[in-house]
Write a protein that binds this ligand. Structure first.
Ligand code: 5AD
Ligand code: SF4
Length: 449
């Protein structure tokens, strides 16, 4: 008998990948994917623990599912996956009696067995072991992927966990120690994706550039993956400045399949704050690194994450962050108010920054970042960029794709071009995207900035 599963994903791209793989694991049990929790026998909430807001969302969503379950006379299985599952398993089962299963990011390959256990014992099942190696061995190297919505882009997790222990961050506790998958396993998964029509691959890891397995590094892995002919574009995220090795920087200049786009979070522009965050680098180290990266690949678009209002951050330290942003000139960036996370060292500090100060700093930083993003996007106007067309747009005859710099590009083009690369002459800049015109002229190798 066929069953249905609905998966809701919060958080980072690694969760998106994990949600996909959960669906793969469930497919052999007869689970088809549905778009609404109301239609599902099994609802999985794949959760994020990174900031308090993300956790609050989980509990309110679980309340919604509880009501649905009640309305259906209990005929629905509710599972909580991901980092909140890992960190707060017992809290969840205590607060939410309607939850049937809780498991962490390292155990979802065992979903069939956990569902069975729930059925036979009638008790809530909690599974939060750490065994990353087992997980990847337990997962098939083939991503099942829904044939009706097969995308030309895919995520591939190559590394998990973090040993850096930034003092604000829960990741080392929820995702565990750094672990890198074997290159052969990754290459096999990538080849299967290419056979399914994937053209752009994003390699994922909490510390993706710390990837190392035997003598393989991220740079050598990228070289190997770029020999797969179907794969035309390679990206990776998220990187740590300390692990930006020479061979990786060189690869950006040498490998045309490696996109000129790098997400390299610095978090703060103040050396005192960086030290208190345990980042292991100064602002000057970071700026020097950016200089080397731009020397290897002058077209590199850079993005970052920032935290404002880290405990003890004063006005002038915050000004240092603004100055660093001005110095680097980002193509885009994410910024967050510091959110104390239970069990992390910074949460224990007694010099927490008041909420109104955090709000004011966040607004100022976001204004600056928005200006830089607009400047970057406007610099693309009049250029011809390569665009990988991913999906139909809202208007008839419109297709949407991405530029090498990960910008969304809207253009009018015939449907049969969906899934292929076209050259787009960039006409204008919208709030979250570029508009372009499909051109059949010779590629000009256009670029932004
Ligand atoms: N508070 C606010 N932002 C955080 N991040 C991680 N932990 C916290 C926290 N406790 C941000 C960092 C990281 C991004 C994924 O989330 O900027 O790079
Ligand atoms: Fe968290 Fe720092 Fe590790 Fe990134 S490097 S996952 S911010 S501890």
């Amino acid at each position: 008998m066929s069953k249905s599963v609905f998966v809701k994903t919060y958080g980072c791209q690694m969760n998106v990948y994990d949600s996909q793989r959960m669906q793969d694991v469930l497919a052999p049990l007869g689970y088809g994917v549905v778009d609404r929790p109301e239609d599902a026998d099994l609802v999985i909430l794949n959760t994020c623990h990174i900031r308090e807001k993300a956790v609050e969302k989980v509990y309110s969503e679980l309340g919604r599912y509880r009501d649905m379950k009640l309305a259906r006379g209990g005929n629905m299985t509710i599972a909580v996956a991901g980092c909140v599952g890992q960190a707060e398993a017992h809290e969840i089962t205590r607060r939410m009696k309607s939850v049937d299963l809780v498991f962490g990011p390292q155990t979802y390959h065992r979903l069939p067995e956990l569902l069975k256990q729930r059925e036979t014992t009638g008790l809530a099942v909690v599974e939060t072991e750490f065994a990353v190696d087992d997980k990847f061995k337990g997962l098939a190297t083939e991503q099942v992927r829904n044939p009706t919505s097969r995308s030309v882009t895919a995520f591939l997790t190559i590394q998990e966990g973090c040993d850096k222990f930034c003092t604000f961050c829960v990741v080392p506790y929820t995702r565990g120690a750094e672990f890198s998958r074997e290159p052969a396993q990754i290459v096999e998964e990538a080849k299967k994706l290419a056979d399914q029509g994937v053209r752009e691959l994003t390699l994922l890891g909490q510390n993706v550039n710390a990837y190392h397995s035997g003598s393989a590094t991220l740079a050598s892995l990228i070289t190997e993956l770029s020999h797969i002919s179907g794969i035309q574009r390679i990206r990776y995220m998220t990187s740590h400045p300390r692990d930006m090795s020479d061979d990786l920087i060189e690869a950006h200049g040498a490998n045309p399949k490696l996109m000129p786009y790098l997400h390299l979070p610095i978090q703060s522009g103040s050396d005192r704050v960086l030290k208190a965050m345990n980042r292991g680098h100064t602002a000057a180290d970071y700026l020097k690194l950016i200089e080397r990266i731009r020397a290897a690949q002058p077209r590199m678009a850079l993005t970052s994450d920032f935290i404002v209002g880290f405990p003890g951050e004063n006005d002038s330290e915050f000004e240092d962050t603004l100055q660093l942003v001005r110095d680097v000139r980002y193509a885009a960036a994410y910024s967050f108010k510091y959110s104390p996370r239970p069990g992390t060292p910074a949460a224990e500090r007694d010099d927490q920054v008041p909420e109104d100060v955090k709000n004011e700093r966040l607004a100022r930083l976001q204004t600056l970042i928005t200006q830089q993003q607009a400047a970057f996007n406007h610099s693309c106007v009049g250029q011809t960029l390569s665009v990988l067309l991913e999906k139909p747009g809202r208007q008839n005859g419109q297709l949407i794709g991405r530029s090498p710099y990960l910008q969304s590009v809207h253009l009018e083009a015939p449907d049969h071009l969906l899934g292929s690369f076209v050259d787009a002459y960039i006409l204008g800049v919208g709030p979250n995207s570029l508009s372009g015109q499909y051109t059949e002229s010779e590629p000009t190798g256009g670029h932004c900035i």
